[in-house]
Design a protein around this ligand. Structure first.
Ligand code: SAM
Length: 263
């Protein structure tokens, strides 16, 4: 795969962001062992993608034009157990001892794959992201996703000991990138599990929300996405944010008024 790495410096050159178009496996293999302090990622589970496949009349409107040429929301990560084990073993190799890992799951992938995380890491919390506003669904309509918080070893501390394990943060309405997550979601994870200068990694970058959060907390960031479009969107978003501190893909807070007490 042809590799072009976009690098940006910020914080008067003290920190750096590096993103590239790459497959998660190639990317993680190329990262030096024990080089990452914090992995925060939101994989493109194929189970969910199949569930929501475009072109069957279920998803209409602007996102049907934004999907991939094969009628999917985005390029898939084949979420078989074998692939998932390969992915987690590469996360394990790359993460520092006592480093933290946050992996997002929809309800279906949590049931089928979530348990595998325990074979590699110490799972500390199953966090519920309450999106406040309901989404799609044929039965009870979906309003939540899950995040597994796990560690590479047991000597761990987090900031924000007052935070509950249900995070009420509004999903992004009419997002520019399908599945774009609110930056505040990443803000909780980055601020709880990092110090300035830590290296944060997201190998399923999407629109770069994790990178924006890492920059806000003076962390270095490395990431990749298999989609050229995702990398281009992220690159533009990151360089504008570094220059102006304005997030061109999320112009208002997603934290409801009555949740601000936790922040
Ligand atoms: C759920 S989205 C991430 C959204 C992101 N958290 C955000 O807020 O914008 C998952 C991303 O994984 C990417 N992806 C799918 N398969 C991949 C693979 N094998 N390697 C790297 N990225 C992949 C997709 O292109 C998609 O952008």
């Amino acid at each position: 795969m042809q590799k072009k790495v976009f690098k940006h410096k910020f914080n008067k050159g003290k920190n750096k962001v590096s993103i590239e178009k790459n497959d998660v496996f190639h990317f993680l293999k190329a990262q030096p062992a024990g080089s990452i302090d914090l992995i925060i990622t939101d994989p493109a589970y194929s189970g969910m993608n199949n569930h929501l496949s475009l072109g069957k009349g279920r998803i209409v409107g602007k996102y049907s034009e934004k999907g991939t040429s094969n009628g999917k929301w985005f390029e898939e990560f084949e979420d078989t157990e074998e692939n998932y084990r390969k992915f987690l073993s590469l996360c394990k190799k790359t993460l520092k001892s006592n480093g933290h890992l946050y992996i997002m799951f929809d309800a279906f992938s949590l049931l089928s794959l979530g348990h595998i995380v325990r074979d590699f890491f110490d799972v500390k919390n199953v966090i519920t992201w309450d999106k406040v506003n309901i989404g799609m669904g044929h039965y009870f309509r979906r309003r939540h996703e899950f995040i597994l918080f796990a560690t590479n070893g047991n000597n761990i501390k987090i900031k924000h000991r007052s935070f509950p394990d249900v995070w009420r943060i509004k999903r992004i309405h009419r997002a520019s990138y399908p599945t774009q997550k609110p930056v505040e979601l990443f803000d909780i994870m980055v601020s709880a599990s990092s110090k300035p200068g830590y290296t944060v990694c997201d190998p399923f970058l999407g629109s770069g929300s994790a990178a924006i959060s890492a920059i806000k907390y003076d962390c270095d960031f490395v990431g990749c996405d298999i989609s050229k479009k995702a990398v281009e969107i992220s690159q533009k978003r990151i360089s504008e944010f570094i220059k102006t501190e304005i997030d061109c893909l999320q112009n208002k807070t997603s934290v409801p008024e009555n949740e601000k007490r936790f922040w």
